[in-house]
Ligand binder design. Sequence first.
Ligand SMILES: O=C(O)c1cc(=O)[nH]c(=O)n1[C@@H]1O[C@H](COP(=O)(O)O)[C@@H](O)[C@H]1O
Length: 224
Amino acid sequence: MTSIIYVAIDTPLLTRAQQIVQQVRNHVGGIKLGLEFFCANGHHGVLEMRKFGLPIFLDLKLHDIPNTVASAVQALHTLEPAILTVHAAGGRAMMEDAKAAAGMHTKVVAVTMLTSLDQNDLDDIGMTGDPHTQVERLAKLARDAGLDGIVCSGAEVAHARKIWPSGFFVVPGVRPTGASKGDQKRAVTPRQALDAGASILVIGRPITQAAEPDVAAREIEATL
Ligand SMILES: O=C(O)c1cc(=O)[nH]c(=O)n1[C@@H]1O[C@H](COP(=O)(O)O)[C@@H](O)[C@H]1O
């Protein structure tokens, strides 16, 4: 069975990225490449990482006016990402245009509320309501804009899935019991995220910074 774990490769170094994936390729279902990797290595880097034959999740969290985001999504066509992120806060028209611009085989998912934020951060940026309300509102907007799903924390995914049963739910910020949370504030365990309805789990440091990344990935997989 294909693993639901996407390993987050957050490094600017292509050789380091290749080394990690070489170690964990048999224990993960896909590779997530984000801003750090893309800013340093661009299209060339993504094409190199595609050579492992795993699905690529290109996490660029696009957030701009609809025309700019649509053009950026078009410019990524040749990379054939399996999954692409935009920010739900970019609004309905931006999400509609992003989806229309994406290739047929690319899922476009909207980041709702970053897992590094909590209630205090919401208050600071002037958002009303709690994380559940925020995720629910943006999940409905993403669904109505025709996207494939959302990114949210494991703490909200059960609620979000109730209002969007067929949605594709990406859950980052997951931590095995006892692991350091780092900058993640709404972390749950991989098992809790899966039980709550996650479609895939994005896991970075608990795997990539382990002494033996393959063992770490295998141990997490064994809890699922
Ligand atoms: O879109 C994401 O993947 C994402 C959204 C979010 O709300 N929180 C979040 O942590 N992520 C990404 O998920 C990964 C989490 O990495 P670790 O905290 O090291 O497991 C990072 O690459 C983040 O960019």
